[in-house]
Design a protein around this ligand. Structure first.
Ligand SMILES: Cc1ncc(COP(=O)(O)O)c(C=O)c1O
Length: 377
């Protein structure tokens, strides 16, 4: 067989996925949005469209190279400096995705002999970053500050220590106890890295995230801020001290060895930052809608985790039933997706329901009654 036996192995793997209800299909949006990360509805806003079109007219489509070569543009530096101000950080660096930004941070700062302590529910990009890093990784129980402090004392050696968490967890929608982490990191002299993917654009007076809301900018070493979610475009900003950002420019392989984003994404992000900082109305509407959905689900006796965020998982358990419930909701005109392992732990398949600022109260009500019906199956 030699080289010819790959196809049967892959076909067997695909069959296993199908047999365990883990086969994914690519499905374009259809129906009312209860699944995207476009929490403020900015991806469809005229302001962002106009900015992006202008960007393409002025700068063309592709950037044509790495930022360190001919891919650099003034607009990247300008949006980075606006983002740094927004985040109250010394400096920010724009990457073409959150995944690449997390890989950059975790392969650049932690070195051999260092340890990264990572929450067990961290996103795949954070997990992959620690796998690619030369540092050791210790996974700690979700949101368990006490367990983390014990583990730090137990494992502490000569190297630097990093604590890695999300501020709002992507698949559970709950919040990290950031203030407690900040205290621990201060006491232990360790570096806190926070992925604000599902908080940036939403929380805090300026809307820059949970770090701002808690006033703990000084306690965070770096924040990673994906811009394809509430900010409505794509890419991600890493924000932190000037010396650290400079080091990323010099050393981060996903920054250096990859073509820069389309310059027009930075044009659209300038518009997005202007929009987010120009008022609190839309953010308040989102928070209110998230509260309403949570309230209605609890009234209907549907279990949800405590929290306040716009991500409201309905944990169903079996892969098969989750797929059935999702398709029943889709048939009623609601775009809800089944989230299964390995995205979430085995036996915790779920509907990852999200709300956005454009959803009306009536739509939330009709969604909850469709969900009640679908769960009867
Ligand atoms: C917590 C978290 N970090 C990072 C990412 C990756 O960001 P991006 O989609 O921009 O690659 C995501 C989502 O995809 C996420 O949920």
């Amino acid at each position: 067989m030699g080289n010819r036996d790959l196809e049967p192995r892959v076909r067997a793997r695909l069959e296993d996925l199908a047999n365990t209800q883990l086969l994914r299909t690519l499905q374009a949006p259809s129906g009312k949005d209860f699944s995207s990360n476009d929490y403020l509805g900015l991806a469809a806003s005229k302001q962002l469209h106009d900015a992006m079109i202008l960007g393409v007219q002025q700068e063309g489509c592709g950037s044509t190279g790495s930022r360190l070569i001919r891919g650099e543009r003034e607009v990247f530096q300008s949006v980075e400096s606006h983002f740094a101000k927004f985040k109250e950080a010394e400096r920010a660096l724009y990457f073409s995705s959150g995944y690449l930004a997390n890989l950059a941070v975790l392969t650049t700062f932690p070195e051999n002999g260092d340890i990264v302590f990572s929450d067990e529910l961290n996103h795949a990009s954070l997990i992959d970053g620690t796998r690619l890093s030369y540092a050791d990784c210790v996974v700690f129980p979700h949101n368990d500050v006490l367990a983390l402090s014990r583990l730090i004392r137990q494992h502490r050696g000569e190297g630097r220590i990093f604590v890695l968490v999300e501020s709002i967890f992507s698949m559970d929608g709950d919040e990290a106890p950031l203030a407690e982490y900040a205290q621990l990191c201060r006491d232990e002299g360790v570096y806190l890295i926070v992925d604000e993917a599902h908080a940036v654009g939403i929380y805090g007076e300026r809307g820059s995230g949970l770090i701002e809301e808690l006033g703990m900018q000084a306690d965070v070493f770096l924040s990673v801020n994906p811009a394809g979610k509430a900010l409505g475009v794509s890419g991600a900003f890493v924000a932190g001290p000037d010396w650290a950002i400079e080091y990323l420019v010099q050393k981060a392989r996903t920054f250096i060895f990859s073509t820069a984003s389309l310059p027009a994404t930075a044009w659209a992000l300038e518009a997005s930052l202007t929009y987010v900082t120009s008022g609190t109305e839309i953010r308040k509407r989102l928070v209110r809608s998230a509260g309403l959905l949570r309230e209605r689900l609890l009234e209907a006796g549907i279990f949800i985790k405590n929290g306040r965020s716009q991500i409201v998982p309905i944990i169903i358990g079996s892969n098969e039933r989750t797929v059935v419930v999702a398709s029943l909701l889709q048939a009623r005109g609601f775009d809800v997706r089944a989230i299964r392992p390995p995205t979430v732990a085995s036996g915790t398949a779920r509907l990852r329901v999200t709300v956005n600022a454009g959803i009306s109260d009536e739509t939330i009500d009709s969604f909850v009654s469709a969900l009640i019906d679908a769960l009867k199956n």
